[in-house]
Ligand binder design. Structure first.
Ligand code: FES
Length: 101
């Protein structure tokens, strides 16, 4: 597990941007729980930090595809999943596993 940020930095309206090894990731606060995802959209690499989060659903700013951050599922393409990572909170620290879920 690697520390990628602190809970006190995380707000519902803006994800944290972090690196996990060579991968860029985002940490969203989804209904009070941190969720770590790939930083670029699995459709065509859109910048997901500019997406809009509504409930558990993140909408990509480029073509409007939406992803449920809890299940990883894409509404527009059932075969496409957003990559997520295991997250643990220890005190104020947000720790992310390098193994994606
Ligand atoms: S790049 Fe995200 S919907 Fe197309």
């Amino acid at each position: 597990m690697m520390k990628v940020g602190e809970m006190s930095e995380l707000t519902a309206d803006k994800p944290l941007r972090a690196s996990l090894g060579s991968e860029k990731i985002l940490i969203f606060l989804v209904k009070g729980t941190p969720v770590a995802t790939q930083a670029r959209c699995p459709h065509a690499q859109g910048p997901l930090h500019q997406g809009e989060l509504c409930g558990t659903v993140l909408t990509c700013p480029w073509h409007g595809w939406s992803f449920d951050l809890v299940t990883g599922e894409c509404e527009e393409d059932p075969d496409l999943l957003i990559k997520r990572y295991d997250v643990t909170v220890e005190g104020n620290d947000i720790l992310v596993s390098q193994v994606s879920a």
